[in-house]
Design a protein around this ligand. Sequence first.
Ligand code: F0G
Length: 472
Amino acid sequence: MTRKHPFEPFRIKSIENLRITNRAEREVALKEANFNIFKIQAEDVMVDLLTDSGTGAMSSEQWASLMRGDESYAGSRSFDRLERVVDEIFGFKHFLPTHQGRASEGILMSLLVKPGNLIPNNTHFDTTAAHVLAREGIPENLLHDYSKNPSYDHPFKGNINLDALRQVLEKNTDMIPFCMITVTNNAGGGQPVSLANLEGLRKLCDEFSKPLFIDACRFAENAYLIQQREDGYSHMSVREIARKMFSLADGATFSAKKDAIVNIGGLLLMNDKELYENARNELIMHEGFPTYGGLAGRDLDAMATGLREGTEDDYLSYRTSQVAWLFDSLKDIGVPVFGPPGGHAVYVDAGSLLDHIPQSEFPAQSLAVELYLEGGVRAVEIGSVMLSFISPETGELVTPPLELIRLAIPRRTYTESHLQHVVDSFKAVVERKESLRGLKITKQPRLLRHFTCDFDWVENNEGIELSSLLSS
Ligand code: F0G
């Protein structure tokens, strides 16, 4: 079926050459990386869908902003420009620039999370969960069961389960310093959260006197999906919807590497003055003076321009349609995809595509490896390699419910023919899916093993036992 790829609301002014590789070269690259996609050199990748974070293409206006950057240590004009845009888009009383999202999370958690605290969220992203765990807190994920079903159709599968949250709040109210919600829900299939759900969440937080923080990494894509999918918002602009979303919260963490389309940068935003003053002290210690955070003046300027461009309705229409184009094109050729399409990525249910490979032999890693071999396409495994752990309470292996790979689309970076190449590569892999083999881990570090562990085919060397997985 011929599908219409959305019209790109930009044209190309500067390009980066790609190296065209053949299968034999990719076999060598993969072997050298011990079958770990993270360890493949970028120049050996033809279409890189590992992440949409910091990998977007800046506009000519953003490059011009870099030149305009004011590198004064204190009170730079670039900060003033950023402040104007941040006030207009987010509307919180205070904010601090940081070098990226996890720095904002680190500061927030260091001030608010005490040992034994529970932090509810729809789904914590791994760095958010890690910062909660680092303070001996417990990250609690509260999604609806239907949101974990890849084929269940619901416009807002990122919604937090408010009934489950009420129970958690009633049972543990003294142990909960604040609630969080991630828009869009990256670790839960990139799914959006509705305004109705945010309003319900605000009410519940008020009832239990809890502050609410938004993990706002992909707030603009979430706001656009509200405009398109939720009754009563089609007449509002993305910026108006975003303002409404933020008006329901007490603060936010933000990685500008996503919806502000910059290569580096983040924000920590809040209304509470005392929290702001404490966070400012932490910032000075770890990131830098409050008018630059962990960034150069030029980075602040590019972020200001990117925030405006990343919240334009026409851009977001193209952006989300490109994701939907890839989603639909893969679905048409029989690839099981996690639906409906979200804002930044397509998630493929590798466990169901490769149902002859048991979970213990990492079907999603096998699919990621084969996709690379077939077309030089790099995707990330979000399955047992990344998410399994030994429970500290029971000593048993805990595995994720789904074995997925994520195809994250960098912003304004790839054209229709690049994505068609991804679809064609999938088609070839699907045709020979029965021949795909399982993998074994042969070496792994103590924590966050997916970044650095080594693999081999199951029938080759002896792998190491799954029970050698660490407790987290
Ligand atoms: N929260 C969410 C929902 C994220 O997706 C990320 C990063 C972060 C926080 C941390 O932000 O990278 O600027 O420190 N996600 C990237 C990804 C890494 O590939 O999805 P950061």
